[in-house]
Design a protein around this ligand. Structure first.
Ligand SMILES: COc1ccc(NC(=O)[C@H](C)Nc2nc3c(cnn3-c3ccccc3C)c(=O)[nH]2)cc1
Ligand SMILES: [Zn+2]
Length: 326
């Protein structure tokens, strides 16, 4: 199935800018074209002199370097990139920050989980894997995702930045490293607190402020499944738990410490989500909505609905358990 970017209707181009976009309706080949459309519709092709065949080469190399695992696969890369793309349009960010920072944000989202193996940093460190050894236990996965991104960009035929100045390339490389490394959830509180501290005096002309905002935006995009309609979000939770259970099964086999929220004998779907939404998702989304109030209706209201849905499911499970024990 070959869908050239010319065949994407105006209706799909508009739908692609909304957080309700349903990734499950599209095949990988179509998703490749939708990613291309994002670079085109943000005017990156003309602004940064990106040749279409180089962009296609880049996206194809990226596609090949994502693995066939339940959650951190190419479809996740698309969801994160599509959410980032939607946020850029919803917040009208193009009028607030430079194009080169938008290019950094979109490209970071595309590359942010490259060659993820389905085993998180805790596993890499506990199992003393090659990645943990190579990166001295410091965000081994995120360092690897970023290194793979620049391996792809080193090749002329897939280097979408090849027509930029050395200065521009240096700035893009610094920005992509910052954004991808920020997706390590062990740094969640550090980054959120930095953002909270500058919010009252946020200044778009301050580079440090923009850097923190870019990290917050990729973090929001990365864990934003529950901001999507339930029939788009729920399958993602099944995929996530599948990957988590694969890891905890392996940890049990290898006698390694097991993370509680990954243990199939301890986790239920509602229990993993109600805590995550209340203590991780809401605080993060609320801070971003403090800067862009329009996001309240687009990403906070849907998450409130998701919390109600999982809270109800949790109560139903509780009632069922009590009936069984009586
Ligand atoms: C502070 O570090 C954390 C905090 C929470 C979690 N994960 C959870 O609480 C549970 C398993 N739920 C969850 N985790 C999620 C979601 C989306 N991404 N995501 C995720 C995936 C891989 C690694 C980390 C996270 C947060 C989601 O909708 N739910 C994982 C890491
Ligand atoms: Zn991710």
């Amino acid at each position: 199935f070959k869908m050239s970017s010319l065949e994407v209707s105006e209706e799909v181009r508009q739908y692609l800018k909304t957080p309700t976009f349903d990734n499950w309706q599209w095949e990988d080949a179509e998703i490749m074209v939708l990613l291309q459309v994002m670079y085109t519709d943000l005017d990156f092709i003309s602004t940064f002199d990106i040749e279409l065949d180089v962009l296609q080469h880049f996206l194809y190399k990226v596609y090949k370097r994502y693995n066939n695992i339940p959650f951190h696969n190419f479809k996740h890369c698309f969801c994160v990139t599509q959410m980032m793309y939607g946020l850029i349009w919803l917040t009208d960010l193009r009028t607030k920050i430079e194009n080169i920072d938008l290019l950094i944000m979109l490209t970071s989202a595309v590359c942010h989980d490259l060659d993820h193996t389905g085993y998180n940093n805790a596993y890499q460190i506990n199992a003393r894997t090659e990645l943990a050894l190579r990166y001295n236990d410091i965000s081994p996965l995120e360092n690897h995702h970023c290194a793979v991104a620049f391996e792809i960009l080193e090749k002329t035929e897939s280097n979408i930045f090849r027509n930029l100045t050395t200065e521009q390339y240096k700035r893009i490389r610094e920005g992509i490293i910052k954004c991808i490394l920020a997706t390590d959830m062990s740094r969640h509180t550090e980054i959120l607190n930095k953002f909270k501290a500058i919010l009252p005096v946020f200044d778009f002309s301050n580079k440090d402020h923009r850097d923190v905002l870019m990290m917050i935006m990729i973090k929001v995009s990365d864990i934003s499944n529950e901001a999507r309609p339930m029939d788009v979000a729920e399958p993602w939770l099944d995929c996530l738990l599948q990957e988590f259970f694969n890891q905890s099964d392996m940890e049990k086999l290898e006698g390694l410490p097991v993370t509680p929220f990954m243990d199939r004998d301890k986790v239920t779907k509602p229990s993993s989500q109600t805590g995550f939404i209340r203590f991780v998702l809401f605080p993060l989304f609320i801070e971003l909505a403090n800067l862009f109030p329009c996001l309240e209706q687009h990403i906070i209201d849907p998450v409130r609905k998701a919390l109600d849905y999982y809270t109800e499911m949790e109560k139903a499970l509780e009632r069922e358990k009590q009936n069984r024990t009586q």
